[in-house]
Write a protein of this length. Sequence first.
Length: 116
Amino acid sequence: QVQLVESGGGLVQAGGSLRLSCAASGRTFSSYTMGWFRQAPGKEREFVAAIARSGGSTNYADSVKGRFTISRDNAKNTVYLQMNSLKPEDTAVYYCAAGETLYDYWGQGTQVTVSS
């Protein structure tokens, strides 16, 4: 069982930056692929970014490429999402997720609001 706790959300103006963190419990963090997803009001949850177990491979949604960076620190059981050049359309609840093949574990989410 893995528990995930996100933090770092908030209100920011367009063009600003935020760094989200997701702290994981348990001793098997390094065995999981980690991902970030988001859900805007009235929309379905969508993929944002993912990072492989070793951190050597990353993947991004087209909408965030070049603006967001996912990283992980396996010694701290933490995954990060650095978000730069934020846009109002990035407003959503952001969730981190963990899994070996599928995303089996999810955090409770953190709200990110980008004002224009």
